[in-house]
Design a protein around this ligand. Sequence first.
Ligand SMILES: [Zn+2]
Length: 381
Amino acid sequence: MKVGNESFYSFLNKNRDYFFQTHRELCLIPAPSRHEDARAEYCREWLEKNGADGVYIDEAKNVVFPFRCEGSDRLTVVNAHTDTVFPEGTPLCFSDDGDIIRCPGVGDDTGCLAVMLFAAKFLVEEDFRPDGGILFVCNSCEEGLGNLFGIRRICEDYSGRIARHISIDADYGEVFDRCVGSHRYEVTVTTEGGHSFGDFGKKNAIAEAAAIISRIYRLNVPQVPGTRTTYNVGTVSGGTSVNTIAQKASFLCEYRSDDVGCLEIMKSAFGNIFDEARAEGVRLDVRLVGDRPCANGADRREIDRMADLYSDIVRQVAGVGTVRKSASTDCNIPLSLGIPSVCIGSMISGGTHTTEEWLKKDSLPAGLEIVVKFLAGITKG
Ligand SMILES: [Zn+2]
């Protein structure tokens, strides 16, 4: 079934104000990772009010709307994440000058979340019959140390029934058809410490941590053509006072790669550095705080089919080309399980992950048109 332009535009005209109002209301509900409760409740009520049957919130705080999914083991899962990077208490100052909307989280991923809700509403009202059913998910824990907890839960609960997965979490003009895997660690060094003068010569936790960090920065990343591998030490803290030999120091570090083999090489390289430090008598506690797997065996033809169709629709609706990229998104989990998956966009935004985040207002209706036509096209029988 092809979505007719006429029915879409009459839907859009009727719902334009409601669309922006819903987006605004979502923006004003704080939703740090693992604290998405209020947003989840809003989405559940919204979907029910707009004709969705069988909506539920699971234990991971995902809002799930199975649309014609009964008995199907060829589901299309589509998600937009509810969480933002902004901690509780961040002022959510919303402004709309008719051209640009500003608010922390206005784009990532609240813009796409509003688009997905209205795409679901449209397909319900159209009495659309997707081949294999569509599982709409307003999911939790995409950002940072949320560690993809929400999408992991969906892949577990619907194990063996998912034919493909689509995450809406970007600007249109980009499609992420490859994923970047990563491991993140919190490393804590503990020493005996002491007085800086009286105990001079005893091991200093900050100096030991610095030595480990220096070793990390002497690593050469694997150079495999067509792949990219990186590492980073992101934060460091520790010590007591200027005249105390530091007893404790810790840092957060990560490595990333879009290749499963390179990620393994980095894992053993980091492991060796930690083992060497221990062998030298450093007391080290290494905690894995993030684990985003690489792709593993997903059908490339289906990924290309989705990326190609999406690019065609973006060109037709918005008149722009699309760039194919790799990133770390909800797609990591289905891709690591061999499920074809792409991350697509439905807006034009900027200042992502900053309090100056902005969104081009007229990009949202265009994004809705793109998503509706894409979902209809990808699930046509
Ligand atoms: Zn996002």
